[in-house]
Design a binder for this molecule. Structure first.
Ligand SMILES: *[C@@H]1O[C@H](CO)[C@@H](O)[C@H](O)[C@H]1NC(C)=O
Ligand SMILES: *[C@@H]1O[C@H](CO)[C@@H](O)[C@H](O)[C@H]1NC(C)=O
Ligand SMILES: CC(=O)N[C@H]1CO[C@H](CO)[C@@H](O)[C@@H]1O
Ligand code: SF4
Length: 294
């Protein structure tokens, strides 16, 4: 079955609010990924994200989170492949709903539950430092951290959570906490934005920033949408960026462009008609390079 860009499922909750779950196909191998939501909306206001622009409505319950994976599993019988991975990259900042998220992830990996492998259940965070510590201590599941910038100047702008927990604090915390884990690697997500964070100097800074942190780095293509003024980097830029990281000794992945849009569908959920959160002021240095807002 060809899923094209991924299969989007809308769930209406008991109180009438709507959340989205996306199934991301993985080629012919039939090992599909389900991208689950953890909150209705999100309070983090990342500048590239639809969901962030809606603001936060509420946390999902443990059951509402687990149900998304159960439903995806039921849709995918063996003929069309199965669901092998769960990523908490839908609506919401999972670690802002940490109790329910840890419980849901526990159920997903429990033998009596959904019995996913713990390294196939990934919680993705924008960087809530105290919750990252708690998560790494209490859960066996995988952690992805959205880095998306290499200086506080840029990260403060595109991911406002950085004003509370800056890059140094975030990375020092990971360096420290991962010493307590056995054979555990954190995944850094880095979305390349043309002219904003895609220079070779950025790649070189990443190499320094992640030194001493067991990790993998995932480079993603930005998927432009109305409501955002960013543009994706060119393929050549991405390849050059990837090569610089690899030469610096990093384990780096870059999704082929087809997969890109599918991943990008996840993490940019939400109804553009509900825009509420303000766009932040663009630092003067970047003003000329961004597209005017539609
Ligand atoms: C979501 O859950 C967290 C605790 O896990 C709590 O601190 C926060 O206030 C909750 N948010 C809402 C909107 O209920
Ligand atoms: C930041 O990273 C996350 C991936 O975890 C992604 O969903 C989001 O769109 C990224 N974007 C930017 C531009 O920072
Ligand atoms: C941190 C920062 O400003 N990084 C760079 C991102 O990439 C553009 C161009 O590719 C540079 O101009 C920025 O300095
Ligand atoms: S990228 Fe994630 S954390 Fe940031 S606003 Fe969107 S849903 Fe929230």
């Amino acid at each position: 079955m060809a899923l094209g860009r991924g299969l989007q499922i809308l769930f209406t909750l008991d109180d009438g609010l709507v959340i989205e779950t996306v199934i991301i196909p993985n080629g012919n191998r039939g090992r599909n990924t389900v991208c689950v939501s953890s909150q209705v909306g999100c309070a983090m206001n990342c500048q590239f994200c639809f969901t962030g622009r809606m603001g936060l409505r509420r946390n999902l319950t443990t059951a509402e989170i687990v149900e998304q994976a159960v439903f995806a599993r039921r849709l995918f019988t063996s003929e069309v492949g199965s669901i092998r991975n769960v990523v908490f990259m839908g609506m919401g900042e999972p670690l802002q709903n940490i109790e329910n998220v840890i419980r849901a992830a526990d159920i997903m990996v429990d033998e009596q539950g959904l019995h996913f492998s713990p390294n196939k259940v990934t919680i993705s965070t924008s960087g809530l430092v105290p919750q990252i510590k708690q998560f790494l201590r209490e859960s066996k599941c995988a952690l992805a951290v959205s880095l998306n910038a290499t200086t506080d100047e840029v990260r403060n702008w595109i991911m406002p959570i950085n004003r509370k927990y800056n890059l140094k604090l975030l990375l020092d915390t990971l360096r420290e906490e991962l010493r307590l884990k056995h054979k555990y690697k954190v995944l850094f997500e880095y979305v390349l934005l043309a002219g904003v964070n895609d220079s070779i100097d950025d790649a070189k800074r990443i190499i320094d920033l992640v030194k001493g942190i067991p990790c993998k780095i995932n480079l993603l293509t930005f998927n432009p949408h109305s409501g955002s003024h960013f543009q994706p980097s060119t393929n050549e830029k991405m390849i050059e960026f990837r090569n610089t990281l690899a030469e610096g000794g990093c384990v780096v992945f870059m999704r082929p462009s087809r997969g890109d849009d599918q991943m990008a569908a996840c993490g940019q959920l939400g109804n553009p008609g509900e825009l509420q959160a303000p766009l932040l002021k663009v630092p003067p240095r970047f003003q000329t390079l961004l597209e005017p807002l539609v």
